[in-house]
Design a protein around this ligand. Sequence first.
Ligand code: SF4
Ligand code: SF4
Length: 382
Amino acid sequence: MASHPDPAVAAIDPRTGLDALVRALADDGYRVVGPVVRDGVIEYAELAGGDDLPTGVRVEQAAGRWRLRRDGSQRFSWTPGADSWKRFVLPARQEVLRIRRTDGSFAVTHPDLPTRPLALIGARDCELKALAILDRVELDPDHPDPRYQQRRAGTFVVAVTCGVPSATCWCTSMGGGPRPDLGYDVLLTEIDDAGGHRLVAEAGSDRGRDLLARVGAPAAGDADVAAAAGVAQAAAAAMPRRLVGEELPALLAGQDRHPHWNDVAARCLSCGNCTMVCPTCFCSTFSDHTGLTADGSGAVETVREQAWASCFQLDHSYLGGHPVRATTADRYRQWLTHKLQTWPEQFGTPGCVGCGRCTTWCPAGIDIVQEAAVLSTTGGGR
Ligand code: SF4
Ligand code: SF4
């Protein structure tokens, strides 16, 4: 078999090679995190080695439904669950500062932040685009979030081509696709055909190229490279475009009194699940908690916390003495139109990457694609 001339394209054994790759990153000082099966779902957790990654796991997703089943021996045949990389760079709850006051002193301290850079294993295209959206918000040069900045710094990304998209995936409508096109150091594509089971690894950066050299991965053959391209093409074909994302801002404009908002509100529980699982939702709230310390010193401590918030919370729009989005219809409209209509105006990209989490994890089975299709194609206007 002819070898591909580019040494930055390598063939990796799905078990020993993957394990070597994870261990090499840990040896380099990274905090290596990746998918694990826990309590019947895929979560992201710190990995000790490649064997911690799932093997032979497939996922069925539908509106309000996520099921895991065992099938085969592939390493990346699953699609992501409710968990996302967001919580590693923007934790769901974190201490921001602590103030300690006694009769004679007043001290402000900040909590320690992780010192090891992250290495993400198995990131999909939608997840890399979601991180880029968070970066645009949290690393804005005019007001960067220093805690996000430190957690995100130096992240090493081992991305994966999606070979088996789920029924709720719609990344191809939102400018993405099964094969990541940016934001990775190494891209893996899993092939399991008559030629055997292997991972084609492509370097996307100098440090990715160094890693592949260090794990001793042999150069991939031309047939492997062609097969990897075929995996992405087949996955894209299995996920027909469901909406035209770039047209949604214009289509949704002026639909704020559409009767369908009330139809959705009749089904929506205003639980906020969709915002919690969304990898691009970044709203937070800050709260101060004050109390006497238990160390007998008589000191008073105040802890300031940052926690994820949701536009489905009634107090999220509290303004001038009352919530300005008082009904569920108001709050669903705020969420959907921010994601699909007004985000580009605010940040220059869509606020949605088409990952499908909000649909899968909605207890009422509300499907953002179906709702947006109704709201953007049948008039309801002002
Ligand atoms: S759309 Fe679904 S997940 Fe979102 S708030 Fe309503 S019921 Fe909850
Ligand atoms: S709005 Fe839904 S489909 Fe879009 S990025 Fe968020 S969770 Fe994924």
